[in-house]
Design a protein around this ligand. Structure first.
Ligand code: SAM
Length: 312
């Protein structure tokens, strides 16, 4: 189990963002899948495939050779491999703990994937190496987002595609954070005494969560306006750039649910709760797709972006 960062390390991380990313994500690596309800079964295979398809469609499947930046524990690559979107997957991440966790997950699923520790702003790969470069919930951690897309363009083969999903929009994130803070306050109050007292996670875990929340403020660097993000991607020479936004009411309910789960002992909730939460999210997402005809896309929580490297 990874050590939580010491108060001194947290202090140092305030002035060195890349150090903050490594500390925070190394620390999270062993518990990350639990924290975010990540699995490698139908639920997450469908989720990963549907996010990919929403922005990039199904042309070009399966992609022969794919690289993921900021791959974490392998959620996107491994589930897209299982969905038949990718044949040969490579993962990279600035956190060595995350690359190791992704490779352990791959082994458990019977996949052999390559993995390197590396910064998305200076990728440790040759030019023209990949048919596809993917990312999920990663570019909001990068100090220089444009530089990362320039690197993605460099390592893509001519005609190759980039697909980045699950990034927070400016307005969607502001709403979700407010709802999460209110949920944390209400849940910790409710479980501090009375009949729900032994539903609360142990104090040490809650203290760690508060320390993590402090570091989270350092590692979460950006939120995005969909049109500005598309412009940044185009400015690196990628073409056919498109964005899509998803999750309106699904985020308003989803973020409080995740926050509630972080404050409650997991054994109090269990698998039935996870499926209930996921089905609620699916239902609301369907409503959100209908609402997208009338609601501005900047209000949605998640933005995804795709583009192509020109041939020749
Ligand atoms: C929110 S997690 C997402 C992980 C995974 N993509 C997922 O969706 O589960 C962000 C990941 O980006 C990685 N990261 C942060 N800064 C990075 C950088 N400069 N280069 C590469 N990876 C980075 C972190 O270590 C972490 O694993």
């Amino acid at each position: 189990m990874s050590q939580s960062p010491s108060p001194d390390q947290v202090e140092a991380a305030w002035s060195d963002n890349k150090l903050a990313q490594v500390l925070y994500h190394d620390w999270e690596a062993d518990t990350y899948d639990d924290k975010w309800s990540i699995s490698f079964d139908e639920r997450c295979i469908d989720y990963a495939r549907d996010r990919f398809t929403a922005v990039a469609g199904t042309d070009g499947w399966p992609y022969a050779r794919s690289l993921e930046i900021g791959a974490g524990t392998g959620f996107f690559t491994l589930n897209l491999m299982q969905a038949g979107v990718i044949v040969d997957g490579e993962v990279s991440d600035i956190s060595a703990g995350m690359v190791a966790a992704a490779q352990r997950n791959a082994e458990r699923l019977g996949f052999a994937i390559g993995g390197r520790v590396g910064d998305a702003e200076s990728l440790p790969y040759d030019d023209d190496s990949f048919d596809l470069v993917i990312g999920h919930a990663v570019i909001h951690h990068l100090p220089d987002v444009r530089q990362a897309f320039a690197e993605i363009r460099r390592v893509l083969k001519p005609g190759g595609r980039v697909v980045i999903c699950g990034e927070p929009t400016r307005l969607g994130d502001a709403i979700a954070r407010r709802l999460s803070r209110a949920t944390w306050a209400a849940t910790t109050k409710l479980t501090s005494r009375g009949p729900f007292r032994n539903w609360s996670r142990p104090k040490q875990e809650l203290d760690e969560s508060s320390r993590a929340a402090a570091l989270e403020a350092v590692v979460d660097l950006h939120t995005f306006d969909p049109d500005e993000l598309a412009e940044t991607v185009r400015s690196t020479g990628l073409i056919d750039v498109a964005t899509v936004t998803e999750e309106l009411t699904a985020a308003w309910v989803g973020w409080p649910i995740r926050t509630f789960e972080a404050a409650i002992r997991p054994e109090r909730l269990g698998w039935g709760w996870r499926m209930f939460a996921y089905r609620t999210w699916l239902g609301l997402s369907a409503v959100d797709r209908l609402l997208s005809r009338v609601v501005p896309d900047e209000l949605y929580y998640n933005v995804s972006v795709t583009g192509l490297k020109p041939r020749g």
